[in-house]
Structures are given as C-alpha cells and as structure tokens.
Design a protein around this ligand. Structure first.
Ligand SMILES: Nc1ncnc2c1ncn2[C@@H]1O[C@H](COP(=O)(O)OP(=O)(O)OP(=O)(O)O)[C@@H](O)[C@H]1O
Ligand SMILES: [Mg+2]
Length: 394
C-alpha cells in the first residue's frame, strides 16, 4: 500500500509537478511488482497446436519432423506435451524453409523487389484504438515470421510500453526524436532496439518526442523539410525489416504528417460512434489539406492502401451497427471487412500491457478469448493479404 498524504502544493505549477512525481513513484512500484524479478517483460510459450497453426502445418507434420530429427525438440516438454518459445518457432521457420519446395512457405519475409511496407495507424480521435491495433498487428506479423519494426510516433509512448519499455520509468535511452531532430541527429540504427518478442523491434518514444513539434514549427531550413525526417530515418534501417507499424498521436501535428509522408499505406481505426465518425471526417479534411501542402512542396504521396478499420466493434449494439453499415455503404471496400471486436479479453490484456497473443487461452474464459483472438487474427490476415498484394504476390 502507498501511504497517502494530502497534496502539499497549491500553486498550479508546483501542484502538477507534485502530482506527476507521486504518480510516477506509484507507477514505478506497481510496475516493479508486476515485472519482478528482473523488471523486464517476457513472452509465454506456445502449445503444440498453436505452434502448428502459426507455422501453417498439421500436428502430424510437426510430430513427423521431430521424429525424423529435421526439427529439434523444444526444450519444454511437460507430460508428453510440447511447448515452444517464440524463438524456437522463429528458428523452426528457418529450418523448415530449407526443406520446403515452395520458397517463402515458412519465411514469408520480403524479397529484393518487394518494398518495405510502412503502415501508419492514424486518427486524431483519442482512444480510437490506434495503439492497440498497432501492437496486435505487430505481434500478428512477428509471430508469422516477418521482421517487424514498431515505430512509436506518440510522445505518450503507449506502443513503447506495450513493447516492454516503460517510458515513464527506467528508460532514458535514445528515442525516435534523436533520429529525426534537426540538430545532430543520431543514426536510426542506434535508436531501434529488439524487444523480448522475437521478430519485433521498437523505435521508442517518450515525452521528449514532442520537441519535434516545437522545433518543426520554427525550423526554416528548406533543405531539411520536416516531412522528410521520418522517411529518411526509416531509409537507414530499411534492409532490416519487412513491415513497419507506425502508431500516431491523437493529433494532426508535425509528427503525424511526417509519418504520412513516410508511409506506404494508411489505416484509420474508427470506433462506430457518431462522435467518432464526425471527428474522423474533420480529421480527413485536414489531413487532405496537409497532404496537398506536402505534395505542393514536391513530395509525392502514394499509398498502396488507405483503409478504415472498425475498432471496438459491438455486433449486438444496433446504433453502432447502423453506423458501420453507413460507413460501408459510403466507402465500400475502403472499410476493411474484418473488424476488431470490442472485448474484455482485449481490454484486460492491454491493462497488463499485453496483446491477446501474449495471453494464455486457459487463463481466460475460452469463448471470450477465442472471439477476441479470432477477430484480431482476421484483421491481421486482411492486412497481410493487402501487403502481399502490394508486393505483387498471388
Ligand atoms: N477491441 C477492443 N476491445 C476492448 N477494448 C479496447 C479494444 N481496443 C482498444 N480498447 C481499449 O480502448 C482504450 C483506447 O485504446 P488505444 O489506447 O489503443 O487507443 P488510441 O487510439 O491509441 O488512443 P490515443 O489516441 O490516446 O493514442 C484502451 O483502454 C484499450 O484497452
Ligand atoms: Mg495511442
């Protein structure tokens, strides 16, 4: 328990500082106990059926390759059941790929001609599920053998903390800001760190990133327009990744716009409520105007896909379903077919800074888990299909 004493300060500035200090101390204690003993996030292991599904093979095939010695047994075998770490699954892809006749069957990463996919999740409506969608897509793709970079463009650092770095406590490493600032930027390769999740790296963010907004407003060197900063930073690490997922802050500032200029595709998450739909209309009006300004400045903006994703979908809620139908009627296939269902399985997982993919099925009500995971898988698969189309794959 935290001893609670009345706040001592009256002056707003001192009071705000005091509140922030108290909150940070509480968060630190809470996190330390949640992430004990080594204060770092780890990933659960995956059962044999889950592993077979991720690899796209049958259980029988797995038993066969183990028996033949093609694939080493996982370290963790309990009561005759095999449990695989994500790293073992990642390694299995490499081994199985060598034996496979179809190239890319187990290692679907991009080839030379297929360009890096830079997906931006954006909407200035707060809480439209940008960060939740970003982390679920990141985990979906990393588990399927893609090399993923999560790029956090939000100074709030939600995606950063979901990736196991707590921007409010121990983290004082380099952030995206250091790679895109105007004075003496560092190499993006120094900013990117691997996460505890095999296949997933993060370009972290913390409050400092908001300096980019201030600096861009006063920056006047035409050789370094603000909208080239993220694109150039990403170009430095391009070869290391297949897919970049950029989470945006809930505002249309320089960070979001510089992201738009770097992106190869846009996804606008949208909760089906009247307020969200009308705010999204305003957002896109503004975004369109800014895109025009960037194009006038000589940059060409081209997106492989630009889609709406319905998030926190409630199939039993009539008004929200009407709004969803309305959006589909207006924009047809601009609205993704799959939706992210509203689910306590998702909100409970995000409370623990986890995605549904990190949760063990038996720890939740199975039907709730299956529904939530099924919906996130469907969203992931649809995005994966669009990416394959961009790559010209069949
Ligand atoms: N599918 C879902 N089911 C239930 N809760 C959800 C779902 N998606 C998101 N949430 C919850 O909604 C809240 C807002 O989600 P999230 O932080 O992803 O939104 P955001 O758009 O990134 O917000 P911000 O604009 O502040 O960055 C979170 O508490 C999250 O747990
Ligand atoms: Mg967010």
């Amino acid at each position: 328990m935290i001893p609670v004493t009345p706040l001592a300060n009256e002056r707003p500035s001192a009071l705000a500082t005091e509140i922030s200090e108290r909150l940070n101390a509480a968060i630190r204690e809470h996190l330390l106990s949640a992430f004990a003993p080594d204060n770092s996030k780890t990933l659960r292991s995956f059962s044999a059926p889950e592993t077979a599904e991720l690899l796209g093979v049958s259980g029988q095939f797995m038993r066969k390759v183990h028996a033949e010695g093609t694939l080493p047994e996982p370290e963790d075998i309990r009561g005759g059941r095999r449990y695989y770490t994500a790293q073992e699954i990642w390694d299995a892809r490499e081994i199985l790929e060598k034996t496979s006749r179809k190239k890319g069957r187990y290692m679907p990463r991009r080839s030379g001609e297929e360009k890096l996919q830079i997906l931006q999740l954006m909407n200035f409506k707060g809480g439209s599920s940008k960060s939740t969608t970003s982390v679920h897509l990141a985990h979906y793709f990393a588990l399927r053998g893609y090399r993923v970079l999560a790029l956090d463009l939000d100074p709030q650092g939600s995606l950063t903390s979901m990736c196991g770095i707590s921007p409010e406590i121990e983290f004082d490493g380099l952030t995206v800001y250091d790679a895109i600032r105007y004075d003496d930027p560092v190499s993006m390769a120094d900013v990117v760190v691997q996460t505890y999740f095999p296949g997933l790296s993060i370009a972290p963010s913390r409050l400092m990133l908001s300096e980019f907004e201030t600096e861009s407003a006063v920056h006047s060197n035409p050789d370094q327009p603000f909208f080239t900063r993220i694109r150039n930073a990403l170009a430095q690490v391009e070869d290391d990744f297949d897919i970049v997922l950029m989470d945006s802050p809930p505002q249309l500032g320089f960070l979001t716009i510089a992201g738009m200029a770097a992106a190869s595709s846009l996804i606008v998450p949208l909760t089906p409520s009247m307020l969200d739909v009308s705010s999204t209309a305003q957002f896109l009006e503004l975004a369109g105007a800014y895109m025009g300004v960037i194009e006038d400045a000589g940059a060409s903006l081209q997106y492989d896909f630009f889609k709406f994703l319905i998030t926190r979908d409630e199939p039993t809620d009539v008004p929200s379903q009407q709004l969803t139908s309305f959006m589909r009627a207006l924009f047809q296939d601009r609205v993704m077919s799959a939706t992210a269902l509203k689910s306590t399985a998702i909100s409970d997982a995000t409370m623990l800074k986890q995605s549904i993919y990190e949760v063990v099925r038996s720890e939740m009500t199975r039907a709730t888990y299956d529904r939530a995971k099924g919906s996130m898988d469907a969203v992931g698969l649809e995005v994966e299909t669009m990416i394959h189309q961009s790559w010209g794959r069949k």
